[in-house]
Design a protein around this ligand. Structure first.
Ligand SMILES: CC(C)(COP(=O)(O)OP(=O)(O)OC[C@H]1O[C@@H](n2cnc3c(N)ncnc32)[C@H](O)[C@@H]1OP(=O)(O)O)[C@@H](O)C(=O)NCCC(=O)NCCS
Length: 156
């Protein structure tokens, strides 16, 4: 995607299902956001899974401009987030919060009640972000923390 069309400031975004024509923008964001970015094959594998969904955050006025994305898997009891990333020039403008809110809105106390994100230990930015979103963290293994947001948890 031509990066010059990305706005410098955003308040409200639209969130819609990712389309084939969004893939390059998603991969571009991934390169800047992660040490181990997905390639087209990895993204394609997730999108093709019957239990997984990829959504993009787009400019409210120009809905083809991808500003962030979230890929997740639905299980019986939880939503497992494969990836969540925002275009780096737009960090700290509330886009990550809007995407997490979208997933929180799909939870229900009696059915799918957990939103799960695994984050590398070194990714302190994501740790701070998820704590701000009221996730609780536990150590999953030596390098990874599991963050869980549970609807209906009185202590949340
Ligand atoms: C983690 C990420 C998705 C956050 O997206 P974002 O749009 O910048 O997040 P928001 O603007 O909604 O941040 C909400 C709050 O989280 C906290 N937060 C977010 N980034 C932070 C940072 N770098 N340092 C400290 N606190 C931070 C703050 O409390 C912030 O509120 P404030 O800006 O009013 O202080 C983004 O930094 C990103 O794409 N990182 C690379 C990808 C990644 O690591 N993903 C891991 C999965 S979470």
């Amino acid at each position: 995607m031509n990066r010059s069309i990305i706005p410098t400031h955003v308040t409200k975004v639209g969130i819609r299902l990712a389309l084939r024509q969004d893939y390059q923008a998603i991969l571009d964001i991934d390169i800047d956001a992660f040490h181990h970015p997905w390639d087209e094959e990895q993204l394609g594998t997730i999108v093709k899974r019957r239990d997984s969904i990829c959504m993009v955050a787009v400019d409210d006025d120009r809905n083809e401009i991808v500003l962030g994305y979230i890929a997740y898997r639905l299980t019986k009891r939880s939503i497992y987030t494969w990836r969540l990333a925002v275009e780096p020039t737009l960090w700290r403008q509330g886009l990550g919060t809007q995407m997490i809110d979208k997933l929180k809105g799909k939870l229900s106390p009696t059915r799918r009640n957990r939103l799960v994100v695994d984050v590398e230990e070194a990714n302190t930015r994501a740790h701070m972000f998820l704590r701000d979103q009221k996730f609780r963290a536990k150590i999953l293994n030596r390098d990874v923390y599991r963050f869980v947001y549970r609807v209906g948890d009185r202590k949340v």
